[in-house]
Ligand binder design. Structure first.
Ligand code: BGC
Length: 291
């Protein structure tokens, strides 16, 4: 049995995951805004101890909402939590005495979708997660591509508007500043993205139209860079379902460039919010084999 943890910008979701990658128990706790690194670690440690009570554990996988150096297993930068250069594996091991593996949250989500979700059978895929931040992961020739320095692909921070809205990363005009839940909340002052989508026909037509236009620009850029067969949309906003994928595909079609191929298929993540938990556990399991 494994513990898979999806550490988000606003919630911690964790689950007990078995060898077949089924979640047998899960829990979600809110992160109190402004919590320190140590306070968040305390919550993770407490929840892990509780959920595994009486169960023999193989290890823990954590999906991190930021840049992870996959070789050194250190966090380089977590923009939405304000962490820089932290050794979460080392710090948690001191209290949990378990083997731990970390990876970027979007990479965990795509890994889960490849193993048992929307990406089964595909070899070239891009996934975007639309939540507090905008995460991304790229599968090339059947392998998660992390780049030369093994720190992962951050399509959420590609510039879609020169000198645009400020982003959590410190720069301006990133896709995340327009396509995240945080962007919709900033613009409408509503408590969450769902409330905004729910009022699309009443109050927020323009906001949602613009939302799709920016998201389509991001997806187009991703398609031009990696030429995937499939684009997956995950994260909280993907709960909008087929309405979102169909509309997004229409917007991408309007701005795509003709390459003689069909446009990449756009699908909603099949595993929903469970992808992060399952993927984190699977990353632990499969990296352990290689160690
Ligand atoms: C971070 C990514 C992360 C994404 C989703 C972004 O702000 O830079 O690393 O994957 O949020 O949590």
């Amino acid at each position: 049995m494994y513990i898979g943890i999806d550490l988000g910008g606003t919630n911690i979701a964790l689950g007990l995951v078995d060898e077949k990658l089924d979640i047998v128990k899960k829990k979600k706790v809110a992160i109190i805004q402004g919590s320190s690194y140590e306070e968040i670690l305390d919550v993770i440690a407490k929840e892990c101890k509780e959920i595994r009570e009486g169960i023999e554990l193989a290890g823990i996988g954590i999906g991190i909402p930021g840049i992870v150096d996959s070789d050194s297993q250190k966090i380089i930068f977590c923009d939405n939590l304000g962490w820089k250069n932290v050794d979460i594996v080392g710090d948690l091991k001191k209290v949990l005495m378990e083997d731990i593996h970390i990876a970027n949250d979007a990479d965990c989500a795509l890994y889960a979708e490849v193993l048992k979700g929307s990406a089964v059978g595909f070899k070239n895929v891009i996934l975007f997660t639309l939540g507090t931040g905008v995460g991304s992961s790229v599968l090339l020739d059947g392998k998660i591509f992390l780049g030369g320095d093994k720190r992962g692909i951050e399509l959420g921070h590609m510039t879609v508007e020169y000198e645009g809205e400020s982003c959590s990363c410190g720069y301006k005009g990133c896709l995340e500043s327009y396509a995240s839940a945080t962007a919709l909340i900033r613009e409408t002052k509503e408590p969450d993205a769902k409330t905004v989508f729910d009022q699309e026909d009443i109050k927020y037509k323009e906001t949602i139209d613009r939302y799709y236009k920016y998201l389509a620009v991001g997806v187009r850029n991703g398609i031009l860079a990696y030429r995937p067969d499939l684009v997956i949309i995950g994260g909280g906003i993907s709960k909008q379902g087929d309405k979102l994928s169909v509309r997004l595909r229409d917007e991408v079609k309007k701005i795509e460039m003709y390459f003689g191929n069909e446009t990449a298929t756009i699908k909603i993540a099949a595993l929903g919010n469970d992808a992060g938990i399952i993927g984190a556990a699977a990353m632990y399991r499969d990296n352990k084999k290689r160690r």
